[in-house]
Design a protein around this ligand. Sequence first.
Ligand code: KIV
Length: 258
Amino acid sequence: MKITTKSLSALKTERPIVAVTAYDTPTAQYADAAGVDLILVGDSVGTTQLGFETTVPVTVDMMLHHTAAVARARPKALLVADVPFTLAHDDFSSLLHACRRLLQEAGAQAVKIEGGAALAPTVVRLINAGIPVLGHFGLLPQNVHQLGGYRKFGRSEAEKSALVEDALALEKAGCFAVLCEMIDGTVAGAIAGELKVPLIGIGSGPHCDGQILVCNDLLGLNAGYVPSFVKQYANLGAATQKAFADYAADVRNRKFPS
Ligand code: KIV
């Protein structure tokens, strides 16, 4: 049965939620056949597929292109598309227009937006307009140039209270779930206990209501930096390179075609 924002929220009290990113049709088909609950077309498409160093250059057109490719897999999993850099801070009608296109043209069921309590009023307006929102707080990779790098959040008392405030504000705004990135595991556990909606974590320890990983990281299909919290379940990078090398050798040795 197709997973909806409502059925995903209800999983909180049943079992851990499994989420993963995908950016193309075949990867989405494999993830969906494996039974994941949520597929995110993350703006990590920029770093994992498009050769950018950060997610900052990713545009709405890129998100539409990749979200539509994933939607063509017709996944049972809930399909969520990322709202790219600074759009949520642009004028509301530009944001609404982009979110509407992600749902209407590309086939997403919901959007994810980076931003904590300060973004809650915008989230309320989107939800009132019929756009389901997955919140995202903690490390906000789109702010990488402001942060000067990626780091863990929630080690100081001030940061802990700010994280709790972010999570509660996003829930109050109407998010059907919230994602926390790189926050202290104990703080994540406490927040998951306070929220009624699911808390999906990445690099935030085992006490969240679910986990999300970037598909290239878990598949070992990442020639660049892999965060230390990632568990690699395959080494497709090495397997891919070997397949190309075997093919090249066969052609050069006149073994293929036989
Ligand atoms: O774009 C992305 O891949 C993300 C991760 C936190 C899953 O936002």
